[in-house]
Write a protein that binds this ligand. Structure first.
Ligand code: UD1
Length: 416
């Protein structure tokens, strides 16, 4: 098992280029299953989750070519299977996105219950109820879900909660269903908008992504496309916090400034200096920072995927900060590890009360999920002595070349 060893104390300085968004790549890869023609996709980050998605598509019969420069060509002309092995499904939660495209194109799919990061109960009721409304029959037995539809029909669907995955899954199924679908209380995340652009490029008729109502007019067939994936706003935010926690000075390239505004606003409130121009963010911090309170919410609220990293920063700011986690019920697993480094954090249900300390100290820690792992790396950048982060396979799921990029900014981090 590989681990990171970080020697804390260096300010991050310099420039870093942000990779393609994991959470946009995954739905876009599965959407390519809906076309018989080539889908050429640029700005693909080399991530473990992307590798798993590649294996999953290949197992169904898709042909995938990678140019090695972030460009992939996916051809799903000869799909030979409609079921996915349990072993592959367990590797990644987003594998459940396969249902929409497969139902839309083949009227049938069988999957095992998906795995993924261990951040709490992640049911699929919103996805499955929606497919039923569209005329699919769903069977759940022996840990498997089978969905079948002789004819998938458009429907008017109101989500109980703006689930990102359910919005994407239903958008994809509806793109090949008979008639019109309306998704109300849809997720508004930028990755949903990127999926809409991809689908429309293939000839789908989807409008409204980015608002809470998405309208889809089903088509008989979708064609090929060439598409560039949006930059990763969570990777962007993680480096912004890297600059803030080390009181550093960095420029982030290849970003979409508006996508990180929920974080930018909170960092500015804490006293971090942030300047933006098109495609670039400059983060600079010398001053003493101030404590802040945040509540995670669906986009454009503060992202749950930035909560652990922000907690690492708040642990180093004098005074009391409060974080309320409203999206996942079990997303404070990083707290025990941060406490081992000297952080003073109390948990009461979904509320974390953080009393900033003057120094964190390096020790052995374990990543318990992707973003929790990123939080420990950030804490390690300022802790005294060496911080060891184990289970880095979680971190590699979602950060391309993390140690290389951090070393480029002056951090001392190695993988052993
Ligand atoms: C996506 C992101 C993930 C992010 C999350 C919330 C991808 C690949 N992953 O995950 O990084 O943390 O959005 O921003 O894009 N829920 C239900 N029933 C359902 C579906 C969801 O109750 O059928 C609940 C979940 O348990 C959770 C909340 O809704 O509490 C949010 O889940 P959802 O928005 O679906 O997240 P994902 O799409 O899994």
């Amino acid at each position: 098992m590989s681990k990171f060893i970080i020697k804390g104390g260096n300010r991050l300085e310099g420039e870093v280029c942000i990779s393609g968004a994991k959470n946009a790549i995954l739905p876009i890869f599965v959407a390519s299953l809906m076309s018989e023609s080539d889908c050429i996709i640029h700005n693909i980050a080399m991530l473990r989750d992307v590798e798993v998605m590649e294996q999953l598509l290949t197992s169904l019969g898709a042909k995938i070519k990678s140019e090695g420069n972030g460009t992939y060509t996916i051809n799903s002309n000869n799909i030979s299977h409609t079921s996915i092995s349990e072993q592959l499904m367990r590797k990644m939660r987003a594998s459940n996105l396969i249902i929409g495209p497969m139902l839309g194109r083949f009227g049938e799919v069988k999957i095992a219950y998906p795995g993924g990061c261990n951040i709490g109960d992640r049911p699929m009721d919103i996805h499955l109820k929606s497919f039923e409304k569209m005329g699919a029959e769903i069977y759940e037995e022996h840990g498997f879900i089978t969905a079948r539809a002789k004819e998938l029909r458009g429907a008017d669907i109101h989500f109980d909660f703006p689930s990102v995955g359910a919005t994407e899954n239903v958008m994809m199924a509806a793109a090949l269903a008979e008639g019109k679908t309306i998704i109300r209380n849809a997720a508004r995340e930028p990755e949903v908008v990127d999926l809409q652009s991809f689908l429309n490029g293939m000839g789908a008729k989807v409008q409204g992504a980015g608002t809470d109502t998405i309208r889809i007019e089903g088509q008989k067939k979708l064609g090929g496309i060439e598409h560039t994936v949006i930059p990763d706003r969570i990777e962007t935010g993680t480096y912004m916090i890297g600059a803030a926690i080390t009181r550093g000075d960095i420029v982030l390239d290849n970003v979409i400034v508006e996508h990180v505004e929920p974080l930018t606003a909170k960092l500015r409130e804490a006293g971090v200096k942030i300047e933006t121009e098109s495609g670039k963010i400059h983060v600079k911090t010398k001053e003493q920072l101030k404590p802040i309170d945040i509540k995670t919410l669906p986009y454009p609220g503060f992202p749950t995927d930035m909560q652990p990293q922000l907690m690492a920063l708040l642990s180093t700011i004098q005074g009391t900060s409060i974080i309320i986690e409203t999206i996942f019920e079990n997303r404070f697993k990083h707290v025990d590890e941060l406490r081992r480094m000297g952080a003073k954090i109390k948990i009461d249900g979904r509320v974390a009360i953080i009393k900033g300390v003057e120094n964190l100290s390096g020790t052995n820690t374990q990543a318990t999920d992707l973003r929790a792992g990123a939080a420990l790396v950030l804490a390690g950048l300022v802790a005294s002595g060496d911080t060891v982060v184990e289970n880095i396979n979680y971190i590699q799921r979602g950060y391309e070349n993390l140690p290389e990029k951090l070393r480029g900014l002056g951090a001392q981090i190695k993988t052993i």
